[in-house]
Ligand binder design. Sequence first.
Ligand code: FAD
Length: 407
Amino acid sequence: MQRKRVIIVGGGYAGVQALKVLADSGLCDVVLIDQHPYHYLQTETYELIANECSMTRVTIDLVALCLSYGEHVTYIKDTVRGIDFESKCISGENTCHLYDYALLCAGSRTAYNGSITGLREYSHGVKTLPSALAFKQQFEQRLYRRMESEGGWCSEPFNVVIGGGGLSGVEIAAEMAHYIRIFHEDNTLTCDNIHIFLVIPHERVLEGMEEYLITKATKRLLKLGVKIINHSRITSVEEHALTVNGTNKICFDFMIFTGGIVASTFTGRLEVEKNKKSQLIVDKFLRIPLYDCIFAAGDIAELRDLTGKLLPPTAQLAEQSGMCAANNILALLQGRAMKVSNIQMQGTMIALGGNYASVSLLGWIKISGGIGHVIRTIIMRSYRYRLHIQCAKGVNKTAKSRSRCGF
Ligand SMILES: Cc1cc2nc3c(=O)[nH]c(=O)nc-3n(C[C@H](O)[C@H](O)[C@H](O)COP(=O)(O)OP(=O)(O)OC[C@H]3O[C@@H](n4cnc5c(N)ncnc54)[C@H](O)[C@@H]3O)c2cc1C
């Protein structure tokens, strides 16, 4: 019997876990399509921005990863534009990729609200690796130029505004505040006039998260000197100033926007049910209703727990849903019954600048500070380490085949 072809679109947290489940089963041919040849570890972005690690520490090579799983797994670099459900074809830039089953894991992007004029034009994002790198370079250059022009004293304030008080906004604000403090302490250019503003629409940061995390994060941000401007909705942005609530102006030298997400662009072209964030509505097996062979996992889908409660877009839920959808594809391949998705938050870890993190795990472990940072680091590093070990098998295979070919 001919082997079935399963296509995974997107090699992020969901796609990479699904890849492992499908590849390890040996039951099908697996094709991973991603517009980039790397898996970007978004959860470690703050370290990149804070100069604590290089680009290679926040990426996993998808080519090596696919090679490591053997001949039945292929990586294709392409940007998916749409899906023809009738002919079971995923269309890329120039080609059509035929599938028997498809798993959509193309994630999300920053929600630049179109009604906020100037937002996309004058603010930076960190959701993709190119945007995080551009942000880092431009921030440092602008800061340096400013200090040079002022003879190293930075007498005029240098304002950094971060829009959005969710997990990524808080992590970036804390990390930048910490980084600037170190920069000030270590650098020969004496500039202690840099201010970080966190502009949030709600009363407090991390709206909807547990009290422990909100309290710890707020305390830490204030200690690092971050100014939290609450009850403030950004209504327009100009080159060096933004307006909140339609009236109050905040001047900035640099702005980052992290206020929410919408699903990957290509869901806009799919004629299936979606929510306001363009996320795909999935059934209890993570399948797209009406289409038996298409599943979705991670940020691209509207994920719910067993009670029907909406779940936040996080890496851990992307991983769990990727595995669940892949197992359900295997169940269909083997003629077994599919399992209802039982994904759930197992905890939250927030990096809060330097060697400080707040961790709440399994409902009862609550730790902040250096130990929290150690726990977070171990969990994050073990994720990366496992993937690096797997990739190394792919790299070895390439080296062997090259030496056989006389390279
Ligand atoms: C700064 C920051 C910090 C964060 N911190 C945390 C944290 O501490 N803990 C946590 O749990 N979560 C955190 N998150 C959220 C977490 O990163 C996301 O929820 C997670 O990445 C979602 O995984 P995913 O697999 O759905 O999508 P992604 O990881 O975004 O992967 C999607 C993949 O699809 C590819 N793709 C997209 N569109 C196309 C297309 N059209 N064609 C081909 N390929 C495509 C992309 O290149 C990408 O490789 C953070 C996010 C950010 C930005």
